[in-house]
Design a binder for this molecule. Structure first.
Ligand code: 13P
Ligand code: SF4
Length: 348
């Protein structure tokens, strides 16, 4: 099939820019957007690609926190971009979960919790699905970001050193990680943002190895144990894969949890006669159904509206106008601390 006229125009610009330009896209982007990306990945891969890239400009097809992470990683140790820049074709594409935590509230929670047990280090672990100011608080207190692809490693790293963890913003990701690492449910205490002291007593804090911020991905959190029962009944021989942003009671009933890359890799490695039920964003599940060469069913189709905002028209418009509203610039005063937390993750 011939490429669309829009894609042809974008490709003309891409040829003109050559290696000075990199287009990155997340797995939840539409297939037509994916078709014009130089690389597609999960949050961890995209962070690594941004960190390694020498491109002058990165066009990021994804949501705000991803483009911000790329901007943090292209800066030098002094926070200067040295003529390099990150552009988000859909500048209003955010992440509702990232917006469930802000820097001042995380700082206040950290101060309250650390004061309860000053001799045990309280280390923030912040999901990359967070705003730059939250990453900066994390870096300032010796913490690390994590993704759904490396969360077990990051959490284990700090727990093994005897630290207590303050994990934000996704309560479900960290609860799934702790369950999969073999910790009892009593090892996790939930910090409720709206309540004084997060609604926790000093005893509950002292008992916990990890304090979970009460944020979530509204899309993945909508999965229920009923969805699993219905899918298992309909496809009894299928393996069930789910993203770890799903609630723990749901994810515990799956055969595997994994990042978007983890899900893709599991399906690609499997024999061609295998059948899968996949619980994550529908743009990716649809693409897997068409391209993976295996039989795939959606656990229940769920769509991330923000991820779906990027279009070919907007990508073309970035090339034509380089409109400043699409230019992603993390404030200079946040970059140094935010960079510490992201670089620690990449080093772990
Ligand atoms: P991945 O890192 O698994 O790609 O997930 C990102 C995300 O936003 C999932 O909702
Ligand atoms: Fe955020 Fe959920 Fe969309 Fe991922 S799927 S970008 S966590 S709202």
């Amino acid at each position: 099939m011939n490429p669309s006229p829009l894609l042809e125009k974008i490709n003309t610009f891409r040829r003109e820019w050559g290696e000075r330009l990199l287009i990155l896209g997340h797995h939840y982007q539409t297939s037509e957007v994916v078709a014009c990306c130089d690389a597609v990945g999960d949050s961890l891969e995209l962070s690594r690609l941004a960190a390694q890239s020498k491109a002058e400009r990165i066009i990021f097809c994804g949501v705000r926190f991803m483009a911000e992470t790329a901007d943090i990683l292209i800066r030098d140790a002094n926070g200067n971009a040295n003529g390099r820049s990150v552009w988000q074709p859909a500048p209003t594409a955010g992440c509702p979960m990232a917006d469930m935590a802000d820097g001042a509230s995380l700082e206040a929670a950290w101060q309250t919790l650390q004061a309860i047990d000053p001799t045990t280090p309280l280390t923030p672990v912040v999901y990359v699905n967070s705003n730059a100011e939250v990453k900066a608080v994390c870096g300032k207190h010796g913490g690390s970001t994590c993704t759904s692809g490396n969360g077990h490693r990051v959490v284990k790293h700090f727990l093994n050193q005897g630290h207590r963890i303050l994990f934000a913003p996704d309560q479900h990701l960290c609860t799934n990680i702790m369950r999969e690492l073999g910790y009892p449910t009593s090892a996790v205490a939930l910090w409720r943002r709206e309540l004084p002291n997060g609604g926790l007593t000093a005893e509950q804090v002292l008992q916990a190895r990890l304090i979970a911020w009460d944020g979530c991905c509204p899309i993945h959190a909508s999965y229920t144990t009923g969805d699993i029962q219905v899918a298992r009944l309909a496809h009894p021989d299928a393996e069930l894969l789910i993203h770890p942003e799903a609630p723990s009671a749901v994810a515990a009933l799956a055969d595997h949890t994994g990042s978007t890359k983890g899900i893709i890799d599991t399906i690609q490695r499997a024999d061609p006669d295998r059948t899968f039920i996949v619980g994550t964003e529908e743009h990716l599940v649809e693409r897997l159904k068409r391209t993976a060469g295996k039989t795939i069913f959606s656990l229940r189709p769920i769509l991330c509206t923000d991820m779906g905002l990027t279009t070919l028209e907007q990508i073309l418009s970035v090339f034509e106008t380089w409109d400043e509203t699409c230019h992603v610039v993390v404030p200079h005063d946040l970059v140094a601390d935010a960079r510490i937390s992201v670089e620690r993750m990449l080093a772990l």
